[in-house]
Write a protein that binds this ligand. Structure first.
Ligand SMILES: [Zn+2]
Length: 155
């Protein structure tokens, strides 16, 4: 017979040849050094490919990938809840602070509703003078200067 092409040698390695073809080629390999050498090379490649098949197919990786994704999602979820709790704690803290500020400023706000802005500044000044904070008094005394000028302008 003539030398079989590589396709037939590969099909021989894969066991895909009909019995009569296989017997014929195997007999040829015993007598043809070139085909035996070529068959040996292809067999080596075939075995290497066989080792690659030992690697789990992609579809078998899917559960592991999904599990990893789920774990990541759960981790992110835990992080999300931790952040949410922290945010709520901060919001409660800020709300308390705002509530305190509102309690402190609400009498002033009531005054503000009935009087002009200049009067409010004077109320703040009087209120701060009642405290013994020299820094706050100095600050508000400096603010009273333009207020006085404004009153003079109105008068
Ligand atoms: Zn040959």
């Amino acid at each position: 017979m003539t030398c079989p092409n590589e396709n037939r040698l590969i099909r021989l390695l894969g066991g895909e040849l009909p019995d009569n073809d296989r017997v014929e080629i195997v007999a040829h390999l015993q007598n043809c050094e070139a085909c035996r050498s070529r068959h040996s090379e292809l067999q080596h490649t075939w075995e290497l490919l066989g080792q690659l098949e030992a690697v789990p197919p992609l579809r078998d990786l899917a559960p592991a990938v999904l599990a990893a994704a789920r774990e990541e999602t759960e981790r992110s979820s835990r992080l999300y809840w931790a952040r949410l709790v922290a945010a709520v704690a901060l919001a409660i803290g800020a709300g308390s602070a705002i509530g305190l500020l509102q309690q402190r400023t609400s009498p002033l706000a009531a005054v503000h509703a009935d009087v002009t802005a200049d009067d409010v500044v004077q109320v703040i000044g009087i209120d701060s003078l009642e405290t013994d904070s020299t820094v706050l008094s100095g600050l508000l005394l400096s603010e009273q200067a333009p207020t006085t000028a404004g009153e003079e302008g109105e008068l």
